[in-house]
Write a new protein. Structure first.
Length: 575
């Protein structure tokens, strides 16, 4: 139904009869979140509200506000609320009650499937929704949604987003309600939607002068290494695997370390170039350096360019991975290097009068392994406050760093003899002995790893903290034995990583509320780390709140989970 200024009050009377309303916005673009149309569904009715449409009679700003004042009184449902909540914020509405999100519900029920609205609608409701390109075209001929002339098509496309979001919610939410554990997981994820929205709105401060310095250094280094490579490898395309093979293997007679699985031809990829560089090849070293600086220049420097307020607004995805861990994009914080020459993490700088509080868990994954496996030696080490890397080094007879660290994490995540030998630069025989001694030291951990893989195979799923599930992929039976082994190992990884994600998410929900009186905000989440920005005068109180909230979700576990926290003006200082 088309909403016009004349029938708004009639529509509001209809909305009042329903408890749940699905809401969706069409915007100028994905980046420009100015709303050009709104659609919502309640009961069996679907409404389309033109706002800045070229060929419609648009509802006024006052009319939109009248509708929204009523809508926000209801239980709202979105699909991918991270987008729509930012649209609402752009027009001055920040929700205080967490909405429902069918994308999040879908991820909880089955993390392996596509969570796109159109894919879910096709799979569960047997309906193929109209695609954006069918409405707006593609390529150079693509138009904005607000320029669509076909009124019926525009209304149908937008209304379907709300209509099928509501239908999916009515189908999937009862499945959440049937399982007490799912209710617990959804409670955390649902409340986290408001936390993530606040992160998107706050942004991350960047020092413009510092990112300019990084850009200049990268440009100089790219030109430096490109000049050397052009002189010594003038006829070689650095992006051509074939030409790199011809130069290093055919011409320079360097050894073959690897072959392509597809063609069986010798490979000169980044791993092989690293071996050549370590063996003294200056050209290989220059190529790696050229690529390193060029990647920072082309990927991270543009993503770290601040707006007029000195902020960047990364996208944080609370179910960005199958394990449930956060991921981020524009930029991907996980991939920003701790580069010694560039100090790239130093560009994230708190403005005058403010500071950062950074906090992360110490050896979280190994502590979770100790809790789940109940290995007596691991429990003893953590409960007595000893260092597990030092203890492992002593028992297996290797240096603490980096070998013992590699062994601890590698074996936990299913690293075999060959991979371990390669990573710690030992022979297969030495690596085999390390693994033998490791399992002799932590026998209950070995039993738990074997048991968990078997349970994943038998039950087609594993359980994480708070009752979250991780499921075998639907195509598991079609995989090769080698692929199946990798999937089962990843299922064990998910118990650890997914449980860690739930702990961090719970901690973020707890601290979000407690930080508000101090005008402090979570601005980023990276791996096991949380970054908060606050006024300098409140830094001590904020640090205490953050530590307390991060420890609280771990108190029922078998080992302590100490939190490392720092106060500082840049990400580099607190990391």
């Amino acid at each position: 139904m088309l909403v016009q200024e004349s029938n708004i009050m009639e529509v509001i009377k209809r909305i009042k009869k329903e408890k749940v309303v699905a809401l969706d916005f069409e915007t100028i673009s994905l980046k420009d979140k100015t709303p050009v149309a709104m659609s919502f569904a309640c009961g069996k009715d679907v409404y389309f509200v033109p706002l800045k449409m070229k060929y419609f009679m648009n509802v006024s700003e006052d009319g939109l506000n009248t509708l929204l004042i009523e809508l926000v009184q209801h239980e709202l449902v979105f699909h991918h609320s991270a987008f729509d909540l930012q649209v609402l914020a752009n027009i001055g509405i920040v929700l205080t009650n967490a909405p429902h999100d069918t994308l999040i519900i879908s991820h909880i029920l089955n993390e392996n499937e596509s969570h796109k609205l159109k894919d879910l609608t096709a799979k569960y409701l047997k309906y193929d929704m109209i695609k954006f390109k069918e409405v707006c075209g593609t390529g150079k001929k693509q138009i904005g949604f607000h320029d669509v002339q076909d009124k019926e098509l525009a209304e149908k496309y937008a209304s379907d987003d709300a209509k099928y979001t509501l239908q999916l919610f009515n189908l999937m939410y009862p499945q959440i309600q049937k399982d007490k554990m799912f209710i617990m997981v959804y409670g955390i994820e649902k409340e986290l939607l408001l936390v993530v929205n606040d992160m998107h709105l706050q942004g991350v401060p960047v020092a413009k002068s510092k990112i300019a310095k990084v850009r200049k250094t990268c440009e100089e280094q790219v030109e430096n290494f490109k000049g050397k490579l052009d002189y010594y490898m003038a006829d070689v395309n650095l992006n051509s695997p074939k030409q790199l093979k011809e130069y290093f293997i055919d011409k320079k007679r360097l050894p073959i370390h690897k072959r392509s699985q597809r063609t069986n031809e010798p490979s000169v990829d980044a791993e092989v170039l690293k071996k050549y560089a370590d063996a003294g090849s200056r050209e290989a070293k220059w190529i790696l350096k050229y690529r390193e600086y060029n990647k920072i220049l082309s990927t991270f420097v543009p993503a770290l360019q601040p707006d007029d307020e000195g902020l960047i607004h990364p996208h944080f995805h609370q179910v960005g991975t199958t394990s449930g861990r956060f991921s981020s994009s524009e930029p991907n914080f996980q991939n920003i290097p701790a580069h010694d020459d560039l100090d790239i993490r130093d560009v994230i700088t708190a403005p005058k009068g403010y500071t950062f509080v950074g906090a992360d868990y110490s050896q979280m994954e190994l502590r979770l392994a100790g809790h789940f496996s109940q290995d007596k030696n691991m429990l003893r080490i953590f409960q007595k406050g000893l260092d597990i890397h030092t203890e492992t080094a002593t028992k297996v007879g290797c240096p603490r760093s980096p070998d013992a660290k590699t062994i601890n994490f590698g074996i936990l995540y299913g690293m075999g003899v060959q991979a371990l030998a390669k990573n710690i630069k030992k022979t297969r025989m030495e690596a085999t002995q390390y693994i033998h001694d490791y399992y002799k030291t932590y026998p209950d951990l070995q039993k738990w790893l074997v048991k968990s893989r078997q349970e994943a195979f038998d039950n087609k799923e594993v359980s994480l903290l708070y009752g979250r599930k991780r499921h075998l992929p639907d195509n598991y039976e079609d995989l090769s034995d080698w692929q199946k082994g990798g999937v089962l190992r990843s299922m064990v990884n998910a118990i650890i990583q997914g449980s860690g994600a739930m702990i961090i998410k719970k901690a973020m929900v707890l601290m979000h509320e407690q930080l508000q009186p101090y005008e402090a905000h979570i601005i980023a989440q990276i791996h096991d780390e949380v970054i908060i920005m606050c006024k300098e005068e409140y830094a001590g109180q904020v640090q205490s709140i953050v530590e307390e909230c991060m420890i609280k979700p771990t108190l029922q576990l078998s080992v302590p989970f100490p939190v490392d926290s720092k106060i500082g003006k840049t990400w580099k200082v607190i990391h």
